[in-house]
Design a protein around this ligand. Structure first.
Ligand code: A3P
Length: 342
């Protein structure tokens, strides 16, 4: 951590001195920056992002708090937005039509790249290694719609993004499952880095206090929730649990409509929706070589950690009744009256 902090820009080091800090989950400290908890490296990346990024009305931003289903949503947004360039094979178009299973996609970027490489995060990838003007990527030549992602809460996004016509899709997940997913993931990264695990109880207390990357979780969720109610054309708010239960493709249609590329009748009939759902499914993505043995989709970590169980309600296997009661009280207290329910 000290080595990492040494590499930060002077501007970032000075800023950190003025920010409140708490012990982090994986790093020595999380700092409260623009109202949310963040690691030093990401603060530097966000400073650069907020100075240099030029938004376009055609941009699409996938947003979430970590471990809410971001990888899945990125895959869906990529597949839906790029289906003219990268067609989804359906059973009727598949060359192996003697095989009823044959609507398996044979070639598509999602089969060889992790969704985070196709829809990059501003703070983990695009602006991760920038210091001042050094190391900036030129994003202006990317084809439209440019697809990006962030965990930054809505309130902390820069004004040009809020005011532009760019669209934001937010995915939200039950905090009980998000907490367990975050804790298990953190401990996998700790193990990968040769560090001791973070005890469940300790992580839980921090989570309930709001001290978690890009949290408090309630503020991250409420910012996008409120904006989605006020400006539904700007922010589409999706819930992981509803998407998991949706076998009719309602969310795919909602997404495609929101992104301005609704499914045609012909696409509906030929099974494009089913093809996209299958291509982006947990089972399919988890089993791909790039996601089994690749690394670097999120920082330097192994991609396989991004796919664990993909279940709704797995918290029941980890949390004691008193923990559930405590988190339920926090949720009531912080989300009550907002209309956002789980
Ligand atoms: P679990 O840890 O509960 O299994 P994120 O992508 O925001 O990091 O969220 C990770 C969570 O989404 C993990 O949950 C992971 O297993 C699950 N996930 C990853 N890909 C998925 C997919 N295609 N469909 C459903 N869930 C997925």
């Amino acid at each position: 951590q000290e080595e990492e902090d040494e590499k930060l820009s002077q501007e970032c080091k000075e800023l950190l001195l003025s920010l409140p800090r708490e012990k982090g989950w994986r790093t020595s400290y999380l700092y409260k920056f623009k109202g949310f908890w963040c690691q030093p490296k990401q603060i530097q990346a966000i400073l650069s992002f907020q100075t240099h990024f030029q938004v376009k009305d055609t941009d699409v931003i996938v947003a979430s708090i970590p471990k809410s289903g971001t990888t899945w949503l990125k895959a869906l947004v990529f597949a839906i937005s790029n289906r003219d360039k990268h067609p989804i094979l359906t059973s009727s178009k598949c060359p192996h039509d003697q095989n009823p299973q044959a609507h398996l996609q044979l070639s598509h970027p999602l089969l060889v790249s992790n969704p985070h490489d196709l829809v990059p995060f501003f703070e983990y990838k695009l602006y991760a290694n920038t210091d001042g003007d050094q190391g900036l990527l030129d994003l202006s030549g990317l084809p439209d719609p440019r697809l990006f992602a962030t965990h930054i809460p809505f309130g902390a996004l820069q004004e040009p993004i809020k005011k532009s016509g760019c669209k934001i899709v937010y995915i939200c997940r039950n905090p009980l499952d998000t907490f367990i997913s975050s804790w298990v993931y953190t401990n996998k990264l700790m193990k990968e880095g040769g560090l001791p695990p973070l005890p469940l109880e300790e992580a839980f207390e921090m989570y309930c206090q709001g001290v978690v990357g890009f949290g408090p979780f309630w503020e991250n969720m409420l910012g996008y929730w409120k904006e989605s109610l006020e400006r539904p054309e700007k922010v589409l708010f999706l819930k992981y649990e509803e998407m998991r239960e949706d076998h009719e493709g309602l969310h795919l249609r909602k997404l495609a409509n929101f992104l301005g590329c609704p499914f045609s009748l012909e696409e509906e009939k030929s099974g494009v929706l089913e093809g996209i759902a299958k291509l982006c499914s947990f089972e399919k993505l988890k089993d791909l070589e790039v996601n089994k043995s690749g690394s670097g989709a999120i920082m330097t970590f192994e991609n396989k950690h991004l796919f664990r169980k993909g279940q709704v309600g797995d918290w029941v296997n980890y949390l004691s009744p008193s923990m559930v009661e405590k988190l339920a009280t926090v949720m009531d207290d912080k989300l009550g009256g907002s209309g956002l329910e789980f």
